[in-house]
Structure formats: C-alpha cells, structure tokens
Design a protein around this ligand. Structure first.
Ligand code: 0O2
Length: 256
C-alpha cells in the first residue's frame, strides 16, 4: 500500500473512532440546544454593550461636535475556536463550564479616533451601574511581545429575559485606528503557512517595529489634536474679551 493511501485510511479510521464515536455524537446531540441558547444569550449581551457605546458616541457628537468612535465590530467565538480553547485549557466539555471559564465568547471591538478616547470611553462604560469589571488588561501601557496594543476589558452585563435576569461576560477590546490596522494585518500574516522559519523570524521583527511606528503615530496624532484644541480654546477666549475702539479700528484697517 502506498504512503498516501495509508494516510487516507488512517485518517478515516481516526475520524470514525473519535469524531464519530458514540460519545462524541452523544455530546453533540446533548449540547446542540444548550449551545444555541447560550450563543443567543451572548448575542443579547453584545447588543447591550454595543448600544452603550453607540449612546456614548451620540452624546459626544451632540455635546462636543465630534465622534470618539470610528467603528464597532462584534463577534461570537466560533464553535471550533471554543472547542480548541476548551481543549487547550483543559475545560470540561459542557456549556456551564464554557460560560464560567471562557471569557471571550462574546467580543466587542471599539475602534477609536484617538488614544485618549480609549480611556475616556472605558471609564464611561465602567462607571455605568449595571456593568461589573471582571478583568482589565492594558496592552497599550504594556504591549505584548508581538507588539500588539489594545485595552481589554472583561465585563459582566445583565440581559433581561422573559422570566430571568442573566449576567453575561463580554470581552471589550478598545483600540485606535493605527492599533486596529496593525492587529488586522498581523492576524492575517500569522495564519500564513509555508513561510520558512528564518523568514518568519525576520517578519516577526519587522512587525514588532511596525507596531512601534504605529504607537509613535498615535502619540503624534494625539499631540496634533491637543494643539488644535488649544488653538480653538484661545480663539474662543479672544472672542469673549471686551473690544476697545482701538481694536475695532485696527481690524477695520487690516480687513478693508
Ligand atoms: P479572535 O479571533 O480575536 O477571537 P484569555 O482569553 O484571558 O484566556 P488570552 O487568549 O491570552 O487569554 O487573551 P488576551 O491575550 O487578553 O486576548 C486575546 C485576544 O486579543 C485575541 O483573541 C486577539 O483578538 C487579541 N490579540 C492578543 N494578542 C494578539 C496579537 O499578538 N496579535 C493580534 N493580531 N491580536 C492579538 P483570539 O482568541 O486569539 O482570536
């Protein structure tokens, strides 16, 4: 028998004995409905959190004439990555254990215009009385070795069902446009196969350097915004000052 045929037969046998074993089929059967219910609850929790950020964005738009949020993306962890995480962390294969131990089944990613907006929005969210902070990881202050930056909050939010109230965990990732740009590209490249080890190492270094460039860009953009805000405030102050006859005559001379 050729090697290819042998691998094919061994593969089929593995699937029959493991993925199609009675135990595994029973697990799927028993957990299909609870899984769908759990995912529906997480979708509700995502709606709650997303609405909170949309309300904040609306309020800032009315009050300060600007939107701190560029975009909001949401996702539910796929069954595949859920099972992978459960396997890697040795979590029991049942929905209660998933809910208890996997805290990023529901994810909300908020992309902000400026660095300061991240912390301002995080504070606004956490000060709401139905939100409980479970964990805060500041990968902006302490970037990951890869160069990854974002502020992560694991929060609990209640959802109100027909006859019960449930607390659901949601992972909120707050980042700037520059952080999001870097993370999206890095995520895509990470899953590229067939890159020789030496090249992969060089690419990782290159990506870390790009993360540093993007961090510097965020700081410069923040400074530019502060200078614009200062110039605007000074202009407003100037407008409020009582004018003398001399000022009026001077303006007339300049502008006419
Ligand atoms: P996906 O597809 O985004 O869901 P924990 O979840 O607390 O048990 P973990 O996994 O270390 O522990 O959590 P962490 O590091 O706080 O956050 C994980 C998530 O952050 C990832 O989700 C990514 O979304 C993002 N992330 C973390 N590090 C990196 C990185 O180096 N590059 C990029 N592009 N994203 C990163 P998932 O589950 O990996 O994937």
């Amino acid at each position: 028998m050729g090697l290819e045929k042998f691998i094919e037969i061994a593969g089929q046998q593995f699937v029959r004995e493991n993925l199609m074993s009675d135990d595994f089929l029973d697990f799927l059967q028993e957990n299909r409905r609870p899984y769908e219910t759990m995912i529906a609850y997480y979708r509700c929790a995502i709606m709650e959190i997303e609405t909170k950020f949309k309300v904040l964005n609306e309020q800032f738009s009315l009050q300060y004439d600007r939107n701190p949020i560029e975009s909001i993306k949401t996702r539910i962890k796929s069954m595949e990555s859920l099972l992978k995480k459960a396997r890697n962390k040795g979590i029991a294969l049942n929905m209660a254990a998933f809910e208890e131990e996997i805290r990023d089944i529901a994810g909300v990613r908020v992309v902000c215009s400026f660095l300061d907006d991240i912390y301002m929005l995080a504070d606004c969210l956490l000060s709401q009385d139905d939100i409980t902070l479970i964990e805060r990881k500041d990968y902006i202050e302490n970037p990951k070795p890869s160069g990854y930056r974002s502020l992560h909050l694991i929060v609990e939010v209640p959802i109100f069902l027909q006859d019960e109230k449930r607390s659901m965990k949601v992972e909120v990732q707050l980042r700037t446009i520059a952080m999001d740009f870097w993370a999206s590209l890095e995520h895509k490249l990470r899953y590229k196969k067939n890159i020789p080890d030496s090249e992969a190492e060089l690419l990782a270094t290159e990506l870390t350097e790009c993360a540093q460039v993007s961090a510097a860009l965020d700081v410069r953009m923040k400074e530019i915004r502060n200078r614009i805000a200062l110039a605007e405030a000074e202009h407003e102050e100037e407008k409020k000052k009582p004018q003398t006859i001399g000022d009026v005559l001077l303006k007339k001379t300049i502008y006419h």
